[in-house]
Design a protein around this ligand. Structure first.
Ligand SMILES: *[C@@H]1O[C@H](CO)[C@@H](O)[C@H](O)[C@H]1NC(C)=O
Ligand SMILES: *[C@@H]1O[C@H](CO)[C@@H](O)[C@H](O)[C@H]1NC(C)=O
Ligand SMILES: *[C@@H]1O[C@H](CO)[C@@H](O)[C@H](O)[C@H]1NC(C)=O
Length: 471
């Protein structure tokens, strides 16, 4: 009997519910998500056509309010109230509309009503990027207009509250492009708008902001860290185009001459510089100067001689190790300084001897050439004759002298002269040279015969001297 009663009640219930639903009597409410607890969703008792007090008397209530029903029926007023947090995104995710079906029960007699509760979206979710930061690596020589895909943000809300727009922090070099499509998800690109130069800005830090279409709008951000990959776009550059140095000609092998310096702001091997000599003038300098390919130091590997070359020009190339390499050039101009390393030289170019003893004053006895390979004071030569008589020196033209007779000769008195022509340069200390000349005097018949008396006398004296000593 109990069973039959139950079945009867159930049939009645179903029929009644069916009747009510067919009558279009379903109650619909709508409430915004996140409404405060206690917010009245609808006057349920009234809308179901109950008399005042009937809701309480007939225990109007929700059937088995599950975990997801965050509404309740107020016993006293019969109103449907928000009882706990309603989160549209948790209840329905991205699907819209978000409609909850509630069953409401009324006792004595038992009746069931269906209530549809639509939870409407509010902008309670900000756009979220997949990561707080994104690292990008972009080649330094990327062409303008190059595009780099970015992952956009997502927003859990729906409709306008999830409609995203993007902005980029101010940047000369980059802009954004959002490709919208009816069919596909939108695609976001970073676009290169100005050439990159790693040497000026190696890393660009930008902030990408996504804003949704809610009022007020919510935003989410992602930091973009863009590393510029080096390209070999800088040639080595010398800090001077010409290095002028002076070196005394007596500098010894191994002497430090100069140091050239080139810098290349590129990274790694693109900025690694080595030096080499491209050419030297005069050419023999190639063996005289030694360049260190790494340090750019030049040392003397031979000797320099002012008298041979007063100036050397060394053309140097600096080359980086990029692919392909770039190079820069400079010149080292080396001035060799004269040192008084050469003594004067005196040459007899012509000599007319013997000199007749009756030669007149002013007779040229010899022609001399005097020189000094040094220059300036070091090569300025002063010369004179020693002894000071009877000959003298007369300058004829630069470096040439005549040895001339200054006094009358007398062969019978001096039959031959040893003359020295002496020279001294103007260096400090001075260097000297001399050349000796033998000038014989030739006899001229200038004496009349004379008695030998004097001779005898001399012999006589001589003999006496001896006898005295013997005696
Ligand atoms: C980005 O690079 C930094 C170091 O430059 C590193 O600490 C970080 O983990 C990187 N992030 C990602 C997402 O690769
Ligand atoms: C070259 O010059 C730069 C700056 O002018 C300096 O920092 C560097 O040390 C120099 N290199 C050499 C090898 O002298
Ligand atoms: C260039 O570099 C060299 C070597 O380092 C240095 O001696 C010289 O003073 C530098 N010149 C300039 C103009 O900086």
């Amino acid at each position: 009997m109990g069973e039959r009663w139950c079945a009867a009640v159930l049939r009645v219930l179903v029929l009644q519910a069916l009747a009510w639903a067919l009558a279009g009597g379903q109650v619909r409410y709508s409430v915004a998500e996140e409404a405060k607890a206690g917010t009245v969703v609808g006057r349920l008792a009234q809308d179901l056509g109950l008399e005042a007090g009937e809701a309480e008397a007939r225990r109007l209530r929700l059937v088995a309010p599950g975990r997801r029903a965050s509404v309740e029926v107020s016993g006293a007023s019969g109103a449907l109230l928000v009882s706990s947090r309603l989160d549209r995104e948790e209840l329905c995710g991205k699907s819209a509309p978000c409609a909850l079906r509630l069953e409401v029960l009324l006792e004595r007699p038992l009746r069931v009503f269906h209530v549809q509760l639509e939870v409407t979206d509010i902008n309670d979710n900000a756009p979220v990027f997949p990561a707080a930061r994104k690292n990008l690596s972009i080649a330094e020589l990327s062409v303008l207009g190059s595009r780099f895909p970015l992952e956009g943000a997502s927003d859990a809300d729906i409709g306008a509250n999830a409609q995203l727009s993007y902005t980029l922090s101010p940047s000369e070099h980059f802009s954004l492009d959002l490709e919208r499509s009816e069919e596909y998800r939108e695609s976001l690109f970073l676009v290169l708008t100005k050439s990159l130069d790693r040497e000026t800005i190696p890393v660009h830090r930008l902030v990408l902001t996504a804003s949704d279409g809610g009022r007020p709008s919510l935003t989410g951000t992602m930091e973009l860290v863009i590393s510029v990959e080096d390209a070999n776009d800088n040639a080595p550059q010398f800090n001077q185009t010409v290095y002028k140095v002076q070196l005394p000609e007596n500098a010894t092998e191994g002497t430090f001459v100069a140091r050239v310096n080139a810098t290349d702001p590129d990274l790694g091997s693109n900025g690694e510089v080595t030096f080499s000599v491209s050419n030297t003038f005069p050419e023999k300098g190639i063996n005289i100067f030694l360049l260190n390919a790494k340090t750019g130091e030049i040392h003397l590997a031979g000797i320099v001689d002012y008298e041979e070359a007063r100036l050397y020009e060394i053309q140097i190339e600096a080359r980086d190790k990029g692919m392909p390499p770039l190079s820069g050039h400079c010149k080292v101009v080396l001035e060799v300084l004269d040192v008084n390393d050469n003594a004067p030289e005196v040459w007899v170019t012509s000599l007319s001897v013997p000199v007749a003893e009756d030669a007149s004053v002013g007779t040229v006895v010899a022609l001399l050439s005097v020189s000094d390979r040094d220059s300036g004071e070091n090569g300025r030569v002063r010369c004179w004759v020693w002894p000071a008589s009877p000959f003298g020196l007369e300058a004829t033209f630069a470096g040439s002298y005549s040895l001339v007779l200054r006094e009358a000769l007398d062969r019978e008195r001096v039959s031959e002269y040893e003359v020295e022509v002496r020279a001294e340069d103007g260096g400090a200390p001075a260097l000297r040279a001399s050349r000796g000349l033998r000038v014989p005097v030739s006899d001229v018949n200038d004496n009349a015969p004379a008695f030998a008396q004097a001779v005898y006398t001399r012999v006589l004296f001589f003999l006496c001297g001896i006898s005295t000593r013997v005696g």
